[in-house]
Design a protein around this ligand. Structure first.
Ligand SMILES: [Zn+2]
Length: 278
């Protein structure tokens, strides 16, 4: 397992990469463009090459790209759908330029059309665009907290989508906080064991490519997406200890998305995780 953080790019990619390297990040996630905009600036190839080379030099891998939050392949609104598809395709291409093997996307919201309809549209959208995606970049669906009409809060819903594709085409990013908010007990050792058994039975642990490690400000089952620092929230440390100590593949990334990203908290949270691994 390789531990890392979601890295803000404010102040420059290189400066941030050096900063996180200093406190022992082995992998990073970042936005390839504006996380709250539809438009991605044209790629500046020399700059991207420089960034990718620096990551290689510092042995920070894998690089993980998080999609813009606006992307929703399950939306019933035609215009949003078109924009979402376009931006996802651009993000997949951008990931290839970085040599990033993973792009993380939330499963989306059905916007009142119903979960069944939303999931079907999501599957169709992926099928329709998959052939154009670059080799070596895998789309990962992230589980959600399940607020409103969000899809993918349960392993069953994720499985509906995942099972429609070969294992190497589509994977899962499992967020502990989202799972907790959706009712899964990632807060205790027994709970984590049960969650992983369930995940394995319903989805297959082979499909799990990335962990998002976040504590929760809100109660289990609250369906509210509120991240907290590791050990400072409602989940506590016991579940994280159990989760970290699983026999994960050596190169499996686990990434913090805790509050105040880019501050001293990143280092603190990473140190907490390392202590749990000892
Ligand atoms: Zn997440």
């Amino acid at each position: 397992m390789r531990l890392g953080v979601h890295m803000p790019l404010k102040g420059g990619f290189a400066a941030n990469l050096w900063r996180v390297k200093e406190y022992g990040c082995e992998t990073v996630q970042f936005f390839a463009g504006n996380p709250t905009g539809w438009k991605m600036a044209a790629p500046r190839l020399p700059e991207i090459e420089k960034r990718a080379n620096l990551a290689r030099e510092l042995s920070i891998y894998p690089l993980v790209i998080h999609c813009a939050y606006l992307i929703n392949l399950a939306t019933p609104k035609a215009e949003f759908y078109q924009k979402s598809v376009r931006l996802l395709n651009e993000t997949m291409q951008r990931a290839a330029l970085y040599g990033a093997p993973y792009v993380v996307m939330h499963a989306g919201s059905h916007g009142g059309a119903g979960a069944e309809r939303g999931l079907e549209q999501l599957i169709e959208a992926i099928w329709g665009n998959l052939p154009g995606w670059p080799a070596g970049v895998k789309l990962l669906l992230e589980n959600t907290a399940g607020s409103g009409s969000a899809l993918g809060a349960t392993f069953e819903e994720l499985a509906r989508v995942l099972k429609a594709f070969p294992a190497d085409a589509l994977g899962v990013c499992l967020d502990t906080m989202h799972g907790w908010a959706a009712g899964y007990d990632f807060g205790s050792a027994d709970g984590v064991k049960k969650c992983l058994e369930q995940f394995d039975r319903i989805l297959g642990l082979k499909r799990l490519c990335l962990l998002h490690l976040n504590d929760a400000k809100t109660a289990r089952g609250s369906r509210l997406d509120r991240h907290e620092h590791i050990g400072h929230g409602r989940m506590g440390l016991e579940g994280f200890r159990e989760l970290l100590r699983q026999p994960w593949p050596a190169e499996m990334p686990a990434i913090l998305e805790t509050p105040e990203m880019g501050s001293h908290w990143d280092q603190k949270n990473l140190e907490t995780l390392r202590r749990l691994l000892e």
